[in-house]
Ligand binder design. Structure first.
Ligand code: ZN
Ligand code: ZN
Length: 369
């Protein structure tokens, strides 16, 4: 028998949440369909799987995938009894006919209406109960191994940007697309499995578009250039934004950058266990609003990051999450002057009792390249 590793501990933590499902009525088991949640709970990285987490423990729980993954499942999920069946969720739903299972929770935020109906048919006589977001809630607080993976991913991003700058890769005449590909190649060279998301490389007026996709537009002297990028390492994502100027900065560029930097510092300083994420957003947003530019800060302050680039908790005006030690979040205010240029500064941080820890280390001062 394998001793309890991180995935067994996570399944135990999930089990502790089952009595609260359905307004406290509880469920006998939870059927997990979301592949990212399955990876978190088992380590399995394939493209088809389902997991039945039984309240009685791992011995009563089941993992299911199809024949393509028989070998992979044996290696990645050695500690759960595995069922091989192409219709993974349905096969496991049938397992709930085990004695004592009358109430089955399912991820109502991951299951389609059609899949729900099929489940209801397969688990005839068993009551299905909505149980959205349970695993996401656990995933929001990272364990030591996850923080280490995120630290490595962020270090790759820092190193790739340093390389790009040292090599003169950010210069007038190159296109947004060329620079974005260059940066992604450098992340791979530093050990990334790939970019964490499609790199945002936005020059000149494009920098005022928060999620601009790189084009064949050439970088020009005097441009603000916004780079929002990250590395994928061991399934974990890094996320960082820096906005630089090609050549000496104009007064308005310097002012814009200083304002966003001040807002970003206020947001970072507000990160603490127990803080409402809405209040963290307000700490940064207030700086921009007092400068009369609140209308130009058009998105939330940040988001959790981990096995997905965007995950719980959300940091925004209408967010309802509360921070806890071990959460890893971004702080990324931006001010965008349409048609002219915008600045965003983004870091990834771990929330700790004694203050937040930066995982992204590239300097935050305005860089004139
Ligand atoms: Zn980003
Ligand atoms: Zn982000």
């Amino acid at each position: 028998m394998i001793s309890a590793g991180p995935t067994a501990r996570r399944r135990a933590a999930l089990r502790a949440l089952l009595p609260a499902v359905d307004g406290g009525a509880g469920v006998d088991a939870l059927l997990v369909s979301d592949l990212v949640n399955i990876r978190y709970l088992t380590g399995f990285t394939g493209s088809n799987a389902a997991l039945l987490v039984h309240a009685d423990g791992d011995a009563a729980s089941r993992f299911c995938t199809d024949g393509r993954y028989r070998t992979q499942a044996a290696a990645q999920v050695p500690d759960l009894e595995t069922v091989i069946d192409r219709a993974s969720a349905l096969a496991l739903a049938a397992q709930v006919f085990a004695p004592g299972v009358r109430r089955l929770g399912f991820e109502s935020d991951a299951v389609t209406v059609d899949a729900h109906d099929a489940l209801a048919a397969a688990a005839e006589g068993v009551a299905l109960h909505r149980a959205p977001g349970l695993v996401q809630r656990l995933r929001a607080v990272k364990d030591a191994g996850e923080v280490e993976a995120l630290r490595r991913a962020c270090a790759v991003g820092d190193a790739a940007l340093a390389d790009l700058l040292a090599a003169g890769g950010l210069r007038a005449g190159r296109t947004e697309r060329e620079v974005a590909h260059d940066l992604e190649e450098r992340m791979r060279a530093h050990g990334a499995d790939g970019p964490a998301f499609a790199t945002i490389l936005a020059a000149g007026a494009h920098s005022a578009v928060p999620h601009h996709r790189p084009t064949d537009t050439e970088l020009r002297r005097g441009d603000l250039v916004k780079l929002d990028f990250g590395a994928l390492v061991e399934g974990y994502h890094s996320d960082m934004t820096r906005t630089v100027v090609l050549g000496p900065a104009a007064g308005w560029q310097r002012e814009l950058h200083a304002l966003v930097a001040q807002a970003q510092a206020a947001g970072r300083a507000a990160l603490a266990p127990g803080a409402e994420t809405r209040a963290v957003d307000a700490a940064a947003r207030g700086v921009v609003e007092r400068a009369g530019r609140g209308e130009e800060f058009v998105h939330g302050l940040g988001h959790g990051v981990g096995l997905q680039i965007h995950e719980a908790p959300a940091l925004g005006k209408t967010a309802t999450d509360v921070l806890a030690a071990g959460m890893v979040v971004t702080v990324e205010p931006g001010v965008y002057e349409a048609g002219r240029g915008g600045v965003r500064i983004e870091d990834t941080l771990v929330v700790h009792d004694d203050g937040p820890e930066l995982l992204t280390h590239t300097a935050r001062e305005l860089l004139e390249v």
